[in-house]
Ligand binder design. Structure first.
Ligand SMILES: [Zn+2]
Ligand SMILES: [Zn+2]
Length: 341
């Protein structure tokens, strides 16, 4: 099959002919029809997640396609069925798997990280990782559900339960942030979106954001946000940028007993959180990691019922993956870029 292969960190991926994956007894092979591009792919390609990546490697963890081959024990799935690859291959036995938190499995292997991913013609996975959907839905829209939609959904349903009618502040109106805006609106929140690009903020407004703040243009973003919340601040901050400045600003804008969810991350830095604010305001700071398979099933249902609209703004062929990576790296994209077959 053809695949885009990372042979060396910090180098363009190579469009290569590699062996077709063969399914084990409990596995399936998916013809990849669409594969979303995530900013985590930049971290992978630049070697910032090199502890998890063995070269040569095929990245890509937002995958949709149809089943072309299945192992002899796979009886509940049919050839040709359309579905999403839930990217976390979990052990099913550890305390996290047993409590339905397989996103935190201690024996995890992930498609596009420890295992080869979706920037290829075919991908192999355990049959249990296949999440079917109504075949009327376009592949590119469904591909991005496992992370770009599933991650903010997990943050807003499992890490914190969004209080209806209360203000939520979202940093970063990109691939994940635009879906966070849609989800928070659907759940009845007032949404404040912050970014440094007017185009991204316009997209956030289209997704329903009530107030959009350009952090490069506003003289006093904290003042602006506190003013629209009656001086109290927001109940929840979703930090999707992974920077100290936005974490600090988020804490400043947080209401007493509010929660800051750190969704963006930078593996090379630590963030500083002031003791005195945690103490005086009883603040909570929480991490969030992709989503569970159940979250993905719920998100599929939201999209099938038209309640959430996947924000795929561009599609490119597999051979142009390096161009797509550059566009994400240089923050030239709005929403998600999807690689199509
Ligand atoms: Zn991702
Ligand atoms: Zn496990």
């Amino acid at each position: 099959m053809r695949a885009m292969v990372l042979t060396e960190f910090n180098r363009p991926l190579e469009y290569q002919e590699v062996d077709d994956p063969r399914p084990g007894d409990n596995e399936i092979v998916l013809k990849v029809r669409a594969s979303g591009m995530c900013s985590t792919d930049i971290k992978i390609v630049t070697g910032r997640l090199s502890d998890f990546i063995k070269l040569p490697h095929i990245p890509g963890h937002e995958i949709a396609g149809d089943i072309v081959e299945k192992g002899k024990n796979v009886r509940h799935l049919e050839i040709g069925q359309h579905g999403i690859a839930y990217p976390i291959i979990s052990c099913g036995r550890c305390p996290y798997c047993l409590s339905g938190n397989e996103n935190l499995c201690i024996n995890t292997r992930r498609l596009g990280f420890e295992e080869n991913g979706g920037f290829a013609e075919f991908v192999k996975m355990p049959a249990d990782n296949f999440c079917p959907y109504d075949s009327k839905q376009p592949f590119e829209n469904m591909a991005i559900l496992s992370d770009a939609v599933g991650t903010p959904y997990h943050a807003f349903t499992k890490i914190v339960r969004l209080p209806v009618g209360k203000p939520v502040l979202i940093f970063g109106a990109g691939g994940l942030g635009l879906h966070a805006v849609q989800l928070a609106k659907m759940m009845g929140s007032t949404v404040i979106a912050c970014d440094i690009r007017d185009e991204s903020l316009a997209a956030a407004a289209d997704c329903g954001a009530d107030l959009c703040v350009n952090l490069l243009k506003s003289n006093d973003p904290a003042g602006e946000i506190l003013q629209v919340t009656g001086g109290l601040g927001v109940d929840v901050v979703l930090e999707g940028v992974g920077k100290q400045e936005t974490v600090s600003l988020g804490l400043k804008c947080l209401k007493k007993q509010g929660t800051l969810i750190v969704m963006g991350y930078n593996p090379q830095i630590d963030i500083i959180v002031p003791f005195i604010d945690l103490h005086n305001k009883e603040l909570k700071v929480a991490g969030t990691k992709i989503c569970t398979k159940q979250d993905l099933i719920e998100v599929v249902s939201l999209v099938e019922r038209g309640l959430i609209n996947p924000e795929v703004t561009e599609t490119m062929p597999l051979s142009e993956l390096n161009t797509a990576l550059d566009a994400v790296k240089e923050q030239k994209t709005i929403g998600r870029i999807c690689i199509r077959d």
